[in-house]
Design a protein around this ligand. Structure first.
Ligand SMILES: CC(C)(COP(=O)(O)OP(=O)(O)OC[C@H]1O[C@@H](n2cnc3c(N)ncnc32)[C@H](O)[C@@H]1OP(=O)(O)O)[C@@H](O)C(=O)NCCC(=O)NCCS
Length: 164
């Protein structure tokens, strides 16, 4: 049944650690946003990797509901990277992306990591705005790194945030 408008506007969200049982939902969210979607199996092998961790955003009061956003990160030898992040279109601009990134940053501070890196498409204005707001700065770029569904190429911007 469709949500009433009142309940839709009232919804609030929290984050929890990703679990192996989330893989199908993660693949569905990923497919909506990326030209080369990752499969359930790819998410399973990532979550089975000791260096990889992540968080799901869940509607508060509905702990068994499907994630409406998630982030995956890798931490190795004191340096971390964001592997991917996505929030369902219908709940964007409600602070979920920021909440997911904050959960990663808190984990990395607790682990005493030195820096967090990520790559983002030069044309991805929402993601660039989110990362800049969180204190990431451009440290490089990879020419023609991405190719969209129409074979158009774009650069990746490499960003870094110091954690110490
Ligand atoms: C990028 C993404 C994860 C942001 O998620 P979100 O939940 O909408 O982000 P938030 O609501 O937490 O936004 C936090 C801040 O980021 C910035 N921001 C986010 N979306 C923005 C947009 N469309 N335009 C401008 N600024 C934006 C704003 O500063 C915002 O704070 P504000 O709402 O108080 O102004 C989401 O747009 C998404 O899933 N995009 C598709 C997948 C993707 O591109 N992933 C990144 C790959 S590198």
């Amino acid at each position: 049944m469709a949500l009433s408008l009142a309940r839709f506007l009232r919804r609030s969200f929290s984050v929890r650690r990703l679990q192996l049982t989330d893989c199908r939902a993660l693949a569905e969210l990923h497919r909506d946003d990326f030209a080369r979607p990752w499969t359930d199996g790819e998410f399973e092998s990532l979550l089975g990797d000791d260096t990889v961790f992540g968080f799901a955003a869940i509607e508060e009061g509905h702990p068994a509901s499907k994630p409406c956003g998630f982030v995956l990160a890798r931490l190795a030898a004191g340096e971390a990277e964001i592997l991917t992040i996505a929030v369902a279109r219908q709940v964007r601009r409600r602070g979920i992306g920021r909440m997911l990134m904050d959960a990663v940053l808190r984990t990395l501070h607790a682990e005493r990591a030195e820096a967090l890196f990520l790559e983002v498409d030069e044309n991805n204005a929402p993601a660039l705005a989110l990362y800049r707001r969180l204190g990431f700065r451009q440290v490089g770029h990879r020419p023609d790194y991405y190719r969209d569904a129409n074979a158009r190429r774009s650069h990746a911007i490499v960003m870094r945030r110091d954690l110490r």
